[in-house]
Design a protein around this ligand. Structure first.
Ligand SMILES: N[C@@H](CCC(=O)N[C@@H](CS)C(=O)NCC(=O)O)C(=O)O
Length: 209
């Protein structure tokens, strides 16, 4: 299978980490978003949304949406389990992951879209007030996560799951490209972050060696 990706873009990175956790082989295909390669007619046949990542199976079928791709991979390769084993855990991990997507990633996304990097691309009307508000939401969410990680070793309990992948990729993107690094005082968050970065599956893009 092939994974269409771009550098350390955060949604493809989720799948790259997930594939590494599963120990699955694949071909990585770089799609240069700066050149608009994700919007060409050929690429839109793979994903009509024109976004990365896309997983292409050996028979040519394609899947987009990072978490949908991870669900597919969990189904074909159930171990190590990353989405939950029993009914409660399945629901709990889903809940934690959805909260991160809708309450943290959405706000990082607003700060990105209305921030300096996207401004230079000249593709979106900039609304500085949106960025001001979303920056505050992200900082508040970091504080919430820090408190939660004082009680819990990982995002969704006492073991590594897909929700940890969603959080680390969100935080690293916010830190490196959106100017939203979590404050150094958030000791539980940083303890968790160091632990996640020590995994073989996770490249350190925040302070690469
Ligand atoms: N919900 C999608 C989001 C995909 C997404 O927005 N990917 C970014 C890269 S991280 C992208 O392709 N952006 C280009 C665009 O939106 O045109 C997912 O989880 O895969």
């Amino acid at each position: 299978m092939k994974l269409y990706s771009y550098g350390t873009a955060p949604n493809p990175r989720k799948v790259v980490i997930f594939l590494a956790e599963k120990g699955l082989d694949y071909e990585l295909v770089e799609v240069d978003m700066m050149k608009g390669e994700h919007k060409t007619p050929d690429f839109l046949k793979k994903n009509p949304s024109g976004k990365l990542p896309v997983l292409e199976l050996d028979d040519g079928r394609c899947l987009a949406e990072s978490i949908a791709i991870c669900r597919y991979l969990e189904a074909v390769c159930p171990e190590p389990n990353l989405f939950g084993r029993d009914a409660f855990e399945l629901g709990y991990i889903e809940m934690r992951n959805r909260q991160l997507e809708t309450e943290l990633w959405s706000q990082i996304g607003q700060s990105w879209v209305h921030g300096p990097v996207v401004a230079k691309m000249g593709i979106v009307k900039q609304i500085p007030e949106v960025k001001e508000a979303s920056d505050v939401s992200v900082e508040k969410y970091y504080e919430r996560i820090d408190k939660e990680l004082a009680e819990s070793e990982f995002v969704a309990g006492d073991r590594f799951t897909v929700a940890d992948i969603t959080l680390v990729t969100g935080i690293d993107f916010a830190t490196t490209l959106v100017g939203l690094k979590p404050d150094d005082s958030l000791a539980n968050l940083w303890r968790w972050h160091a632990q996640i970065l020590s995994r073989d599956s996770v490249d350190d893009i925040v302070s690469p060696k």
